[in-house]
Design a protein around this ligand. Structure first.
Ligand code: SF4
Length: 97
């Protein structure tokens, strides 16, 4: 292929290989803006959140708490956290984007 005196080929694979990296960065950037909060004063310690997302929530002390810092949560964690928030009977889990 020759165009304007330049010859060569364009590797489609090189262009496409950047898509997952961009998508990953975009997803990570979105997760950076997400925030999770618990209102422990209104929690009834039912354990629903811990049963839905055992890696994220615990009620072992009788008061709900996060098992790990929400800043380290990945996409699957946020999905589970949203599920737990929707199922929480006391509506004390707040997930903001
Ligand atoms: S589901 Fe809600 S009320 Fe039940 S333990 Fe979790 S935060 Fe508390």
């Amino acid at each position: 292929m020759e165009q304007n005196g330049v010859s060569g080929t364009i590797s489609v694979q090189n262009v496409c290989s950047k898509k997952p990296t961009y998508a990953k960065k975009l997803r990570r950037a979105k997760e950076d803006y997400m925030n999770a909060k618990l209102d422990t004063t209104k929690c009834i310690s039912c354990g629903v959140c811990a049963s839905i997302a055992p890696d994220l929530f615990t009620v072992e002390t009788g008061i709900v708490s996060f098992k790990k810092d929400s800043k380290t949560w990945v996409a699957d964690d946020w999905t589970k956290a949203k599920e737990a928030a929707a199922a929480c009977p006391a509506e004390v889990i707040e997930i903001t984007e």
